[in-house]
Design a protein. Structure first.
Length: 117
């Protein structure tokens, strides 16, 4: 979930900003089909990365549930630390998902504005 996802978000943010600048200038002729295809490919990659984050969070939740059933009654201090770590993972994952969906939405709106002239 670390730097690779952040790199994807940074690329998507730059793309989204560029598309929206073109949309603001009426730059349809500047945004060719190749650029649109590359942008859509970037969006697809971000969506795959978001799916990976979601899988990670689901796996983390399963680990915590399993740990709760097996270990929590025997080792309360470790259980609290495990729960804190899991909540932090979920919080960070939630922020990553929100950022990705915001950038995807903003970029798609920019493409639509450019395409509509």
């Amino acid at each position: 979930m670390g730097s690779e996802m952040q790199d994807q978000l940074d690329l998507l943010a730059a793309w989204s900003d560029g598309v929206n600048k073109l949309a603001g200038r009426g730059g349809l002729e500047r945004l060719g089909l190749l650029e649109v295809a590359m942008a859509l490919e970037s969006l697809a990659q971000v969506i795959e990365d978001v799916a990976d984050v979601t899988k990670f969070l689901k796996g983390r939740a399963s680990d915590v549930q399993r740990h709760a059933r097996q270990e929590a009654p025997l080792h309360p201090p470790e259980w609290v630390a495990e729960l804190d770590a899991a909540l932090l993972d979920v919080s960070v994952g939630h922020e990553v998902l929100l950022a990705a969906f915001h950038l995807v939405s903003r970029g798609c709106l920019g493409v639509l504005q450019v395409a509509s002239g």
